[in-house]
Design a protein around this ligand. Structure first.
Ligand SMILES: Cc1cc2nc3c(=O)[nH]c(=O)nc-3n(C[C@H](O)[C@H](O)[C@H](O)COP(=O)(O)OP(=O)(O)OC[C@H]3O[C@@H](n4cnc5c(N)ncnc54)[C@H](O)[C@@H]3O)c2cc1C
Length: 381
């Protein structure tokens, strides 16, 4: 197993890094920690598309760049290091693109193509006020209405929800086959409302609550028929979990970089703190955690790229990486002493970002249950 970047990947990473520092970091900084308005977010997203952020995993036949999961992961980690907020927006666009590329020709023309040009924002509405870890408890309803459906329900914690021009919504047709869960493309114009939810961090982008009241879905907008929806989602989430892990690695790497810089300049007891052994121990622990997380995540992406089943490896890697980011950012705070909790220093924000990443796309407990089920052959959900 060799996950070291190829020459081509190395060149792509280096040029993306330079681009991020020159163009993206200053543009994001202009907004401070305020919400980035939709038009500005679109402009940023369009700039990221040539680097496969938002479109990298979608194959070329469908208008994406068709990069390998590992290449996308390597680039995505760089974006997350500079702006986890933008990384989330790009990730949601990419996940939506993957779902849409399995849709009909009209879905590809009306939704996938504009999404890949950065013209339309998507969101994916799974979670609800009463259904998070157990998506089988989703209560949004899809009622037949002629050829199409009417969707009624509440969605909660929906990334890009406030930006979204359309939502890929999970709802249940009680008269449908199997469990009745389908994937329905609901246009904003068909009548859903969104309310942004302020969080402890990651407020430059949108996490929203969506309200659907008999929102019309024409027959053409049925992305997965009732009974098929959850299976499609599970496949999607297993593939994207390593990317959430790499989001956490990007955050942890930023914390390590700031800590190294700080430790080399801050003087205490007559020398820079980098020369105190216990400070070095923290730096070493941070680096070990980051490296281990990266290797696990790269392995999961590599397996996925080779078409192998990587559910276990993806959950292990996502779980380890997001927990590691919490520990790494805690060490970063400690290394910065009082300055660690000051708003002027970037590590306090990274410390607030890390725990959010543990929750998204499956909490640590859900990852443990997936791992346990895979090893024991028994479900403990
Ligand atoms: C920033 C952010 C972005 C998000 N983006 C999206 C999005 O784009 N689309 C979307 O649909 N959702 C999104 N989510 C929702 C996310 O997937 C859920 O928050 C997550 O799945 C947890 O669900 P919950 O919040 O309802 O917690 P709950 O399911 O209520 O869990 C609460 C606690 O109970 C534990 N728990 C639950 N069941 C068990 C069990 N069987 N055994 C042991 N412990 C258990 C959990 O691990 C957790 O610690 C986002 C969330 C956040 C915070």
């Amino acid at each position: 197993m060799d996950f070291s970047p190829t020459e081509e990947q190395r060149i792509a990473i280096d040029s993306f890094r330079r681009f991020l520092e020159a163009e993206i970091a200053p543009a994001v900084a202009e907004h401070g920690d305020a919400f980035i308005p939709k038009d500005d977010m679109r402009e940023l997203l369009v700039k990221l598309l040539p680097f496969g952020m938002g479109n990298g995993l979608i194959d070329q036949a469908h208008g994406g760049l068709g990069l390998s999961p590992l290449t996308v992961g390597l680039l995505f980690e760089e974006l997350a290091r500079v702006s986890p907020d933008l990384a989330i927006v790009a990730l949601i666009q990419m996940e939506a693109g993957l779902l849409l590329s399995a849709g009909s020709e009209s879905i590809q023309a009306d939704y996938l193509a504009p999404l890949l040009r950065g013209e339309r924002f998507a969101c994916i509405g799974i979670s609800e006020p009463g259904a998070g870890s157990n998506i089988a408890e989703i209560s949004s309803r899809a009622r037949r209405d002629g050829d199409g459906y009417l969707i009624t329900g509440e969605k909660q914690w929906i990334s890009s929800g406030h930006y979204s021009d359309f939502c890929i919504c999970v709802a249940r047709d009680e008269d449908g086959p199997g469990d009745g869960f389908g994937l329905f493309i609901v246009d904003r114009e068909a009548g859903y409302e969104s309310r942004n939810i302020p969080k402890m961090a990651l407020n430059r982008q949108s996490t929203a609550q969506l309200h659907f009241d008999r929102a019309k879905v024409p027959a053409d907008n049925l992305l997965a028929p009732p009974g098929e929806g959850l299976r499609r989602l599970m496949t999607l989430l297993a593939g994207s979990r390593p990317l959430v892990g790499l989001l956490a690695v990007g955050v942890a790497r930023a914390a390590l970089d700031h800590s190294i810089e700080y430790a080399k300049s801050r003087q205490q007891h007559g020398k820079v703190i980098a020369r105190h052994q216990l400070v070095q121990a923290r730096i070493a622990q941070m680096a070990v955690q980051i490296d281990a997380a990266r290797l696990m995540l790269y392995r999961a992406l590599d397996l996925t790229g080779r078409g192998e089943h990587a559910n276990l490896e993806s959950s292990m890697a996502k779980h380890f990486a997001t927990e590691a980011a919490c520990e790494v950012t805690r060490h970063a705070l400690a290394i910065h002493g009082g300055n660690g909790v000051a708003r002027e220093f970037p590590v306090e924000e990274l410390y607030r970002v890390a725990p959010i990443l543990s929750v998204t796309e499956g909490t640590p407990e859900m990852q443990q249950l997936i791992i346990g089920r895979s090893l024991l052959g028994e479900s403990a959900f």
